[in-house]
Design a protein around this ligand. Structure first.
Ligand SMILES: NC(=O)c1ccc[n+]([C@@H]2O[C@H](COP(=O)([O-])OP(=O)(O)OC[C@H]3O[C@@H](n4cnc5c(N)ncnc54)[C@H](OP(=O)(O)O)[C@@H]3O)[C@@H](O)[C@H]2O)c1
Length: 267
């Protein structure tokens, strides 16, 4: 766990928030960091990983102390993911939600894309998310008696897809394949786990102003803004609410859906 500071005024009062334990992959920056912050603010205990730490995570650790656990883990390594989930469960006693957010995007036309780039995207975005979700689902299903009974629908998985999965984009075919794969995974898993009271949904953001999209040429960026009804590129803060909603009690009867958060959709 990050070095714990004394509780601050930003921490919810004891008993406030719903105190769920949520695993978030890729929490060091961009959307993942914003999700970690929002979930900590609502009272969750959050376990997150990325390959490296970040200033943003350090600041959250100082503010929220023992409710945040961060480890350096490569999502391409299934053994490391297994170990991370076991450690999170040991630290917090249970796991209630899993947000599979970590991803990499290598741009380039398929004809010249090296195997290494294809492997990296499949390994992190698809296999890494699937293995992480599997490890969390094992914990959902083996909830310790000490953690008390779980109301149906209160455990959930959210996979972070992309609008590119449904719409496509030149230079992002392999990335789109990983995201479309994740959406199919979520839909099928929602059917498998619904009878066990576990919900599985996807969130598909439009283009966001983060490091992942930093290489987007200005011209393409301007075109997306022009064609988006709400007239701007998204920010992580625009997507966090959808993830908080899907992992919250208000979504207790919602499973198997992909929530698109893209300002109305660039055509
Ligand atoms: N940005 C967009 O335009 C956009 C649009 C639609 C959907 N999305 C999706 O939204 C999610 C978040 O994207 P973002 O824009 O916030 O990306 P980002 O700013 O690049 O952040 C990605 C996060 O994932 C972590 N990560 C990457 N590779 C990893 C690995 N091998 N092992 C462990 N952690 C890894 C990164 O940390 P380290 O590098 O330290 O490992 C970082 O914390 C992704 O699923 C992305 O596909 C993004």
């Amino acid at each position: 766990m990050h070095e714990a500071d004394s509780p601050s005024s930003q921490d919810p009062a004891p008993g406030a928030g719903h105190g769920a334990v949520t695993v978030v992959s890729g929490g060091s920056r961009g959307l993942g960091l914003a999700v970690v912050e929002r979930l900590l603010e609502r009272g969750d205990r959050v376990a997150t990983f990325s390959r490296r730490g970040s200033e943003g995570l350090g600041a959250l650790a100082r503010r929220h102390g023992d409710r945040l656990l961060h480890r350096a883990v490569d999502a391409a390594d299934p053994g490391a993911l297994r170990h991370f989930v076991a450690e999170a469960c040991d630290a917090f006693g249970t796991i209630d939600h899993c947000v599979a957010n970590a991803a990499v995007a290598a741009e380039g036309v398929l004809a010249t894309m090296p195997d290494a780039d294809i492997d990296a995207m499949l390994g992190v975005n698809l296999r890494g998310s699937i293995v992480l979700v599997r490890e969390c689902v094992r914990r959902f299903l083996a909830r310790p008696a000490a953690a008390g009974p779980r109301p149906p629908g209160s455990a959930s998985v959210v996979v972070v897809s992309s609008i590119v999965a449904a719409r496509g984009s030149p230079g992002l075919a392999v990335y789109a394949a990983t995201k479309a794969g994740l959406e199919g995974f979520a839909r099928a898993l929602s059917r498998e786990l619904g009878p066990r009271g576990i919900r599985v949904n996807a969130v598909a953001p439009g283009f966001l102003a983060t490091e992942l999209s930093a290489s987007l040429p200005d011209e393409q960026r301007a075109r997306i803004v022009r064609r988006t009804p709400l007239g701007r590129l998204g920010e992580p803060a625009d997507v966090v609410g959808a993830i908080a909603f899907l992992t919250g009690a208000d979504a207790a009867f919602l499973t198997g859906v992909t929530l698109t958060v893209d300002g109305g959709g660039a055509t």
